[in-house]
Every structure is written in C-alpha cells, then in structure tokens.
Design a protein around this ligand. Structure first.
Ligand code: AMP
Length: 219
C-alpha cells in the first residue's frame, strides 16, 4: 500500500498514520518528524529549517524533496509507505510523481482527512507530544491520565513550538493556499479518497481502514 495522507494541520494525519503502521506493517514518512529531529539534533539542515518552521512557513521544496527521495530509497519502503505531511504543494506532488514513476511504484491512494476549519484550532492548541516516544495527546479531547506525563512511557509531554496560536494561524493559511489544491490534483488522477475526520480516533481509523481495504481489493 503506497499512501499519501492529506489534510490540514491538526486533522489527525500523524495519529492515524501511527495506527496504520501497526495494521499494515509499512513505515510512516513524516517530513515534519524528520525536520523536527534535524532541529533537535542541531544539524545544518535543522538550522536551515527551523526559521521556516517557527513561522509556520513551508521549508524550501529542494530541502524536503531531497529528504523524501533518500527515505523512499530505503529497503523498508519496498512493501509500501505512508507519506504524512508530504507533498505540501503542487511542485512537491509533481516531483514525487516523477520519482515514483522512475522507481515504478506509483501511489495507490491519496487520502484526505477532512475536518472543519473551526475544529482545527482547538485540536492544534491542545496538542501535546511525548518527548520520549512521540505519543500524542490533546488536553481537551484525549488528555493524559496525569498532567504533562505520557501514559505509555512516563515521558515528558511538550507543546510543539509551531503549535502556538500565532504560528497556527499562519500554518492554516499556508495550508489553504498551498496544500488544499492537492485535493484537485489527486482527484484528477483518480486516486483521491476522502474521509470524515470528526469523531473518536478509533471511529476515524475504522473509516480509513474500510477505504484502504476496499482500495487494496480493487488492485
Ligand atoms: P507537520 O508536522 O507536517 O505539520 O510539519 C511541521 C512544519 O515542518 C511545517 O509547518 C513546515 O514548516 C515543515 N514541513 C513539514 N513538511 C513539509 C513539506 N512537505 N514541505 C515544506 N515544509 C514542510
């Protein structure tokens, strides 16, 4: 299964991707996670990316495309993958198509996780992530048992720098302007599927699995 997850920041792509990894045994490729690790490690790439990320802007295409190319070439991607947060604009989508055609492994599904704009703000401002295992929580919808502490591993929960209100507004604007047009891009290719991203994590996951299992049967 070769899958692209589309959806606004806060739509739950990362949460669902983590569950899909377990079910389908394929890796998640999250450009956001790769970039955050580079920032945390203080690499030259991380230093370049940080200023864009802190403002909620997209990191230059050449940087992220290079990262994805390298990652897709690794052995664990041969049986499929979940792209999460990439592509983010039409130029990236075109580059991805070119690369996948060369590798002779075109995308099976572009899945759009749809959440009304008003709900996204609360999801993003409430989001907390475990520093240790990356498990995600939301202080409004799915809080940890103990404030600031991960249920799974006891790690410290933190708020991403780009989940502050000012940056969130910008990220949502960037999404509308640059990423939302990808819905039409993949519709035109005939591989777009959409899922209602409202409800519990399990409900959304079940909807997604129904779509993906249906798509797998038709291959
Ligand atoms: P995310 O975790 O996917 O919301 O990404 C967090 C931030 O990383 C974004 O706001 C961008 O600054 C940067 N980023 C992640 N993926 C991409 C991408 N495909 N293209 C450009 N910038 C990206």
């Amino acid at each position: 299964m070769r899958l692209v997850l589309l959806g606004a920041p806060g739509a739950g792509k990362g949460t669902q991707a983590k569950k899909l990894i377990e079910k389908y045994g394929i890796p998640q490729i999250s450009t956001g996670d790769i970039l955050r690790k580079a920032v945390a490690d203080g690499t030259p790439l991380g230093r370049e990316a940080k200023s864009y990320m802190d403002r909620g802007e997209l990191v230059p295409d050449s940087v992220v495309i290079g990262l994805v190319k390298e990652r897709l070439g690794q052995d664990d991607c041969k049986k499929g993958y979940i792209l999460d947060g990439f592509p983010r604009n039409t130029a990236q989508a075109e580059e991805l198509d070119k690369l996948l055609n060369e590798l002779n492994m075109p995308l099976d599904v572009a899945l759009s996780v749809d959440v009304p704009f008003d709900d996204l703000m609360k999801r993003l401002t409430g989001r907390r992530t475990c520093r240790n295992c990356q498990q995600m929580y939301n202080i409004y919808f799915s809080p940890p048992k103990k404030d600031g502490v991960c249920d799974k591993c006891g790690g410290e929960l933190y708020q991403r720098d780009d989940d502050k209100e000012e940056t969130i507004r910008n990220r949502l604007e960037v999404y509308q302007r640059s990423t939302a047009p990808l819905i039409d891009y993949y519709k035109a290719k005939g591989i777009l599927r959409s899922v209602d991203g409202r409800g519990s994590i399990e409900e959304i996951f079940n909807r997604i699995c129904e779509i993906l299992d249906g798509a797998a049967k038709n291959q």
